[in-house]
Ligand binder design. Structure first.
Ligand code: UDP
Length: 320
C-alpha cells in the first residue's frame, strides 16, 4: 500500500513509519520538523512542510495514497489551556483541510487518526469504553474530540473511511532500538528513566489520590503496539469508527517506578510534590472493541515498555 504519515518526525509517527516499512509498504512522511537523524532514510520520501499547506496538500493528492495516518498535531494539555487558539488551529482547522481534500480528490483513501484518552476527561468509571461520556477538560482534549466528530460526520455524509485511535499512555521505544522519545519528554517513564540515567531527581506529582497507594493509575501502551495497531487499521475489514488503544490494566506511579528501578538496577532521588493540575486519579481503557476486530495486538507488557525505553536512553547517552 501507499501510505502517508503526517507528524512523521515525532515519537508515534516515527515508530509507525518503521513498522509500515518493515511490513513492506511504500511510506511517505510529512512534518514541519526535520526528522531526527535516526529516521532519515526510513521513508520512501519525506516532505518538510506543514501538512495543511497548499504545497503539502497538492503533494498528498499527487501521491494518491491508500491511507493517511494522521499523527500531526499539538498534544500537551497544559499549553492548550493557556493557548487554545494554537490547538484549534493546528488540530481542528488544519485537519478539516485534510478531510476536504480526501473527500474531493481521494474518496477511497482511509484516514487513520491519532485521537486521545483526553477526549473522555475525568471518567466516572474505569475502564473507559468508547460509548462513555466524553467531557474533555482541556482544549487539547476538545480539539481531538472535535476531529473525531468531524470524521464521523464526513463518514456519514460522504462515505469518508476512517479509524480513530484514542491512545492511552504511549511509552517505550522501538524494540530494536531504532527510535524512541526525544530528550526531555515530560511523560512519566521518559522522565524517570532520564533522571535515573543522569543521576538526577524525579518528582511524584501527588501521593494522596484515592487509589491503592495514593498515586495516579494509568494504562500504559507500548509505542510499538500502537504503531502496529495503525498498520492493522490499513485494512478495511476494521469498521470505520473510534477505538480505544489501551490494555484494561492500570499501574500506579509508584508501581511504574518500582518496576523501572528493578530493570535499571538504580534509582534517582525521588521526592513527592504537589498534585499536577488536571490529573484524574485513574484512567484505564477497555480495549475490547478493537480486540474483537483484530484479536491479539498487544505484544509488550510494562517491563518490556520500560526495558526498551531504558535501552534507548542509555544508547542516546552514549552517542553524546
Ligand atoms: N507523573 C509524575 N511525575 C512526572 C511525570 C508524570 O508523577 O514527572 C505522573 C502524572 O502526574 C500522572 C502519571 O505520572 O499521574 C502519568 O503522567 P504522564 O505525563 O506520563 O501522562 P498523562 O497521564 O498525563 O497523559
Amino acid at each position: 500500500m501507499i501510505v502517508i504519515v503526517t507528524g512523521s518526525a515525532g515519537y508515534i509517527g516515527g515508530q509507525t513509519m518503521l513498522v509500515l516499512k518493515d511490513a513492506g509498504h511504500e511510506v511517505y512522511g510529512i512534518d514541519f520538523r526535520q526528522p531526527p537523524e535516526h529516521l532519515r532514510g526510513v521513508p520512501d520520501g519525506f516532505l518538510y512542510q506543514d501538512f495543511a499547506s497548499d504545497a503539502a496538500l497538492s503533494w498528498i493528492i499527487q501521491k494518491q495514497p491508500n491511507a493517511i495516518i494522521h499523527c500531526a498535531g499539538t498534544s500537551l494539555v497544559g499549553p492548550s489551556v493557556k493557548n487554545p487558539s494554537e490547538y484549534y488551529n493546528n488540530n481542528v482547522a488544519k485537519t478539516l483541510k485534510l478531510l476536504d481534500i480526501v473527500k474531493q480528490s481521494m474518496p477511497r483513501c482511509r484516514l487513520v487518526f491519532s485521537s486521545s484518552a483526553a477526549t473522555y476527561g475525568e471518567p466516572i468509571m474505569n475502564p473507559i469504553h468508547e460509548v462513555d461520556p466524553k467531557e474533555p477538560v482541556s482544549p487539547y482534549g476538545e480539539s481531538k474530540l472535535m476531529i473525531d466528530m468531524m470524521l464521523e460526520s464526513y463518514h456519514r455524509a460522504y462515505g469518508t473511511d476512517y479509524v480513530s485511535f484514542r491512545y492511552f499512555n504511549a511509552c517505550g521505544a522501538d524494540p530494536e532500538g531504532r527510535h524512541g522519545q526525544e530528550p526531555g519528554a515530560t511523560h512519566l517513564i521518559a522522565r524517570f528513566l532520564e533522571a535515573t540515567r543522569d543521576d538526577g531527581q524525579f518528582s511524584i506529582y501527588g501521593d494522596n489520590y484515592p487509589t491503592a497507594d495514593g498515586t495516579c493509575v494509568r494504562d500504559y501502551v507500548h509505542v510499538d503496539d500502537i504503531a502496529r495497531a495503525h498498520a492493522l487499521a490499513l485494512y478495511h475489514k476494521i469498521p470505520a469508527g473510534v477505538y480505544n488503544l489501551g490494555s484494561n490494566q492500570g499501574f500506579s506511579v509508584k508501581q511504574v517506578i518500582e518496576a523501572a528501578g528493578t530493570i535499571t538496577g538504580k534509582m534517582p532521588f525521588v521526592s513527592t510534590e504537589a498534585r499536577r493540575a488536571g490529573d484524574p486519579p485513574e484512567l484505564t481503557a477497555s480495549p475490547t472493541k478493537f480486540d474483537m476486530v483484530v484479536g491479539a495486538w498487544r505484544h509488550h507488557n510494562l517491563d518490556a515498555m520500560i526495558q526498551h525505553a531504558w535501552n534507548w536512553y542509555v544508547r542516546q547517552d552514549k552517542k553524546v
